[in-house]
Design a protein around this ligand. Structure first.
Ligand SMILES: [Zn+2]
Ligand SMILES: [Zn+2]
Ligand SMILES: [Zn+2]
Length: 299
C-alpha cells in the first residue's frame, strides 16, 4: 500500500468509526504499518506512532475528522481562517496527497501561488550578480566582496532558523492570522507533497527581503551593503533549493540522507523542533535539535 492510500483510508476510518478510539487505533496500525513506499515508510510510521502514543489520541482523531469539514474541493485560503483556535492543530495534520489543492477562486491569484523550484535560482542568481557588481563599482575590492558574500550567507543561516521558528511557526487563531500563516508556511505543512507550494514565489520573497535590505543598509557601508545582501539572498536560494531537494530528491549520500531525515522529522514527528533546513547548526546552538530519543518521547 502506498502512503497516500493509507492516510486517506485512515481519515475515512476516523470519520466512520468516530469515537471508537480502540478500533480507530487498530485500523491505523494495520494501515500505516503496511505502507511499503520505502522513502515514506520511515516517517509514516513515526507519524502514526506519535498519533497512537498521544494521550489525547481521541481528540487528535477527532481533529483529523474535523479537518475534513474544511471543504477540500473548494478554494482553501479564505476557508482556513474560520477554523479559529482549531487551525493550529488542523494545519499540522498533513494531507499526504500529491495533488495540490486549489487556493483561490481567481485564476490570476491562483497562478501566483504556484512556483516551480527552478524559478528561484533563475530569478535571484542574476540579481545577486548585479548586487555584487554594484558593490565592486562602488569601490569594494574583489576579495572583500567575496568576504561580504560569505558573511551574507552566514547571516542567512541564522535568518533561516529564526524566520522558520518564530514567524513561520507563529501560533495564530484570528481569521487573518490563520489566513496569512497558511499562505506563508501552513500550506506546506498541510500539503507537504505539493511540489508547486514549496519554494517561495519571488514576489513574496521580495517583500520579505525588504526589511533585511533596510537593516543591512543601516548597519553597513554603501559599498558593502549590496554584496552582503547578495550573500543573504544566495543563502536563501540555497535554502529553497535544498528544501525542495529534501522533499522531492533522492539523497544517496549519508549527509543528505541525514538532512532529509532531520527535515521530515520536523514535518511528521516533532514540529516544534528541527527548524534548520540547510544545516542543523542553529538548532544545536538554541537546543531545538531533535535528539533521536527526545523525538521518540515527545511530539
Ligand atoms: Zn515548518
Ligand atoms: Zn507550525
Ligand atoms: Zn518541508
Amino acid at each position: 500500500m502506498d502512503i497516500v492510500t493509507a492516510i486517506q483510508g485512515l481519515s475515512n476510518d476516523v470519520a466512520t468509526l468516530g469515537k471508537d478510539l480502540a478500533r480507530v487505533k487498530e485500523f491505523a496500525i494495520i494501515r500505516l504499518f503496511s505502507v511499503n513506499d520505502s522513502d515514506l515508510e520511515h516517517f509514516a510510521q513515526g507519524w502514526s506512532k506519535s498519533f497512537l502514543d498521544a494521550d489525547d489520541g481521541l481528540e487528535r482523531a477527532e481533529m483529523v475528522a474535523k479537518g475534513f469539514t474544511v471543504d477540500l474541493n473548494k478554494p482553501l485560503v479564505f476557508q482556513v481562517g474560520h477554523l479559529g483556535e482549531a487551525y493550529e492543530e488542523w494545519v499540522h495534520i498533513p494531507i499526504v496527497s500529491k495533488e495540490g489543492p486549489r487556493f483561490f477562486a481567481s485564476d490570476i491569484l491562483e497562478f501566483f501561488t504556484k512556483t516551480k523550484w527552478w524559478v528561484v535560482p533563475l530569478v535571484w542568481l542574476p540579481f545577486i550578480c548585479w548586487l555584487v557588481s554594484v558593490s565592486l563599482q562602488r569601490g569594494l575590492l574583489p576579495p572583500h566582496a567575496a568576504l561580504a558574500l560569505a558573511g551574507g550567507v552566514l547571516i542567512w543561516t541564522l535568518l533561516e532558523y529564526t524566520l522558520h521558528r518564530f514567524l513561520f511557526h507563529m501560533k495564530t487563531r484570528s481569521y487573518w492570522g490563520n489566513t496569512l500563516h497558511y499562505l506563508l508556511h501552513g500550506c506546506h505543512h498541510k500539503h507537504p507533497l505539493d511540489k508547486l507550494r514549496l519554494v517561495f514565489p519571488p514576489v513574496a520573497a521580495a517583500i520579505l527581503s525588504i526589511p533585511v535590505w533596510t537593516t543591512f543598509r543601516l548597519l553597513s557601508t554603501p559599498c558593502v551593503a549590496p554584496a552582503l545582501f547578495g550573500g543573504a539572498l544566495l543563502g536563501y536560494v540555497m535554502y529553497d533549493c535544498t528544501h525542495y531537494y529534501l522533499h522531492h530528491g533522492k539523497p544517496s549520500s549519508g549527509a543528505t540522507q541525514n538532512l532529509k531525515r532531520y527535515h521530515l522529522n520536523h514535518h511528521f514527528k516533532v514540529q516544534s523542533m528541527g527548524f534548520g533546513i540547510t544545516s542543523p547548526l542553529w538548532d544545536k546552538v538554541f537546543r531545538t535539535f531533535p535528539e533521536p530519543k527526545a523525538a521518540e518521547r515527545s511530539r
